[in-house]
Design a protein around this ligand. Structure first.
Ligand SMILES: NC(=O)c1ccc[n+]([C@@H]2O[C@H](COP(=O)([O-])OP(=O)(O)OC[C@H]3O[C@@H](n4cnc5c(N)ncnc54)[C@H](OP(=O)(O)O)[C@@H]3O)[C@@H](O)[C@H]2O)c1
Length: 149
């Protein structure tokens, strides 16, 4: 049975590449970016996969955005089998004390908060179905490229 995959921050970059890879393996994929336009563009680029790809704009730097993304995934696909915490932002390479507070907040909320909320929210729903398992990139490296079981 084809798996359903949510990839945060998949409107471009590594997340977009992962979306294409999961789709080519027969999965259904929900792509995500902060804005409706970047998300719609990503879905458009993946149009050969038809109904197997959906897009939801949501900012995962806050818990509400993660809840929205997860809820929309359930609406579109009925369940989430794989949740990839990919969204991340960088900052100028400077000493920490030279960074604006707003930049520090954005990086922490996205790169740490987004991962924590994404993991908890998707894990709880998967656990209800008795299918929760947490993996790291190291685990994935040890599997075949299309082995999502
Ligand atoms: N590239 C590298 O060499 C490298 C190395 C180590 C780790 N990483 C990590 O790998 C991940 C992907 O990197 P990348 O180079 O592919 O990044 P990227 O090209 O800058 O893409 C980042 C993606 O995250 C989305 N995004 C950013 N903030 C978001 C938020 N708050 N909510 C939802 N989506 C958000 C962006 O979408 P929108 O702009 O449309 O919102 C975009 O789709 C990041 O976590 C990064 O830290 C990358």
């Amino acid at each position: 049975m084809s798996k359903t995959v949510v990839i945060t921050g998949s409107s471009r970059g590594i997340g977009f590449g992962l979306a294409g890879q999961f789709l080519s393996c027969g999965c259904r994929v929900l792509v995500n970016g902060r804005s409706a336009s970047t998300t719609a563009e990503a879905v458009e680029r993946l149009h050969p996969y038809g109904e197997k790809v959906r897009g939801v704009a949501a900012d995962v730097s806050g818990r509400e955005g993660v809840v929205l993304l997860h809820r929309e995934a359930l609406v579109h696909f009925g369940a989430v089998d794989i949740w990839v915490n990919n969204a991340g932002v960088g900052h100028e390479i400077r000493s920490a004390w030279e960074l604006d507070e707003a930049v520090i907040e954005r990086v922490l909320h996205t790169n740490i908060g987004g991962v924590v909320h994404g993991t908890i929210i998707s894990f709880l729903e998967m656990r209800k179905r008795g299918e929760a398992r947490s993996s790291t990139w190291k685990d994935l490296e040890a599997t075949d490229s299309c082995s999502t079981g």
